[in-house]
Design a binder for this molecule. Sequence first.
Ligand code: ZN
Length: 225
Amino acid sequence: MAEALDKKRHPGGWGRNGVPSKGGAGFLLTGLVRCGRPLAGGDQCGTAMYGHSSSTSHVYRCRLSLDGGCGGVSRQGPPVDDLITQYALAALHQQGPFGTFPAIPWPDRHALETAKQRQAALQAEWYAGEISDLEYFSRLAQAETEIKQLVIEQQAWQVRHHPAAYEHVDVRAGWEALELPERREILLSLLDSVIILPGTKGSHRFEPAAVVPVWHHTARRLTTT
Ligand SMILES: [Zn+2]
């Protein structure tokens, strides 16, 4: 799960602070929204839609046929984001007595592991007499500072993300306090995808029924029957 998220995060993905990077991967439902346009033969298009900045906010669009999509469905982003957020908050509320969020692993745990390994390697070099005392102690101080820093970050993360941290706040307030990447992690943990069906022709009204959340448990049930 965390690995899958890391893969999504880096190449052309969203930054740590949730600022959309080039390519528009930084919207709430990027990677989740799929085109639900029926094709000849009864299948759905199913292409992952992409988020596109518009003059007022953003739009989710099916890819052009050159890019594997049907190019036939697009939807204003904000009402879709709001609707899915409402569904997700309702699901989270049902999950636990206090609407607890699933625990999110600290993203920098690999960096801490590496820093500890470097410190151990440095010690081994010193024992073996490969580096001078002076070099050892200056590099050791550096390594220790780095480890201390990472441990502080890890503790801060755990306090912020431990489910118990949400016991006394309602789900909505907990959600409001999260940054975009954290919201996306929670949605990705709950949802397999969000299918956007074509709207009524000529209508510009938002149609909630044309936005279909596919929860992970539903996806599993469908694949086993
Ligand atoms: Zn399509």
